[in-house]
Design a protein around this ligand. Structure first.
Ligand code: HEC
Length: 211
C-alpha cells in the first residue's frame, strides 16, 4: 500500500515533468506558421478557395489575385479621360461638367463622404483647419477663400489625382461619389465672386440647383 502510493507520486511527478518539457518545446518549433498539434484540423483549414490565395486545383496552380485582362474595363467603372498633367487640369476646369443633377439629397451624400474622406484635412467648414492640416507642410487653402472660384472640373480633377500633399482619391471613391463631393465642396465655397471660364458656358454652381 505504502509502495504503490510512492509509485503514484513518482508517476505524477514524471507526468508533470513531461508536460513541462512538452510545454516549453512545443512553442519553439522552427516553422512559426505551423499551428502545432491540431485538435480539429478542418476547423483551422478552410476547404474554400480564398481570395488572393494560390491554390492547386486539378493539378493547375491558380493564383486568385490576377490583374484584369489588358483593354478590359470592370463593369460599372467609368474611365477618366483627363491624364494627371497641368494642361489636363486646366482642360478639365474648362470642359468638365457635373453629370449628376443637383438635389439636396445628392449634396447630403456629398457631405457624408466629405466627413469620411476630407474633413480631417479641410475642416468641417472647408477652411483648411482639419486636425491633420497642421501636420502638413502647407495646410489646404480655404474653399470660401483662395479656392472660392475654383471650377467644378478642377475640383473633380483634384479629388481624382490629388494635389500637393493631398493624395489621389480615384481608387477610394467612384466617379459618382466624386461628383457628389463636388456639390458639397461648392456649397462650402459659397457663391462665386467672378465668373471663371468654366462657368461662362454653364451658369455657376448655385444655378444648377434649379434643375
Ligand atoms: C491629407 C490631407 C487632405 C485630404 C485627406 C484631402 N485634401 Fe484636399 N487638399 C489638401 C491640400 C494640402 C491641398 C492644397 C494642395 C495644393 O494646392 O498644393 C488640397 C486641395 C484641395 C482642393 C483644391 C484643388 C485645386 O485645384 O487647387 C480641393 C477642391 C480639395 N482639396 C478637395 C478635397 C476633397 C473633396 C477631399 C476629400 C475627398 C480632400 N480634398 C481630401 C489636403 C487634403
Amino acid at each position: 500500500m505504502n509502495l504503490s502510493y510512492k509509485n503514484l507520486k513518482l508517476v505524477a511527478c514524471g507526468t508533470f515533468a513531461v508536460m513541462l518539457v512538452a510545454g516549453f518545446t512545443s512553442c519553439g518549433k522552427k516553422d512559426t506558421n505551423s499551428p502545432g498539434f491540431e485538435f480539429m484540423p478542418d476547423m483551422y483549414r478552410s476547404p474554400s478557395v480564398e481570395y488572393y490565395g494560390t491554390h492547386v486545383i486539378n493539378g493547375d496552380t491558380i493564383n486568385n489575385a490576377l490583374l484584369p485582362v489588358n483593354g478590359t474595363i470592370a463593369r460599372g467603372f467609368i474611365p477618366y479621360v483627363y491624364p494627371n498633367t497641368v494642361e489636363a487640369y486646366e482642360q478639365a476646369g474648362l470642359y468638365l461638367k457635373n453629370p449628376i443633377a443637383y438635389s439636396a439629397a445628392v449634396e447630403k451624400e456629398g457631405e457624408d463622404l466629405y466627413v469620411k474622406f476630407c474633413v480631417h484635412c479641410h475642416g468641417s467648414t472647408g477652411a483648411g483647419d482639419g486636425k491633420v492640416a497642421a501636420k502638413l507642410p502647407g495646410p489646404p487653402p480655404a474653399y470660401n477663400g483662395a479656392l472660392k472660384n475654383l471650377s467644378e472640373g478642377k475640383i473633380f480633377h483634384t479629388i481624382t489625382y490629388g494635389k500637393g500633399s493631398m493624395g489621389p482619391h480615384q481608387s477610394l471613391l467612384t466617379q459618382e461619389e466624386r461628383w457628389k463631393l463636388v456639390y458639397y465642396v461648392q456649397k462650402l465655397q459659397g457663391p462665386k465672386t467672378v465668373a471663371t471660364d468654366s462657368t461662362k458656358a454653364v451658369a455657376p454652381a448655385d444655378s444648377t440647383k434649379k434643375h
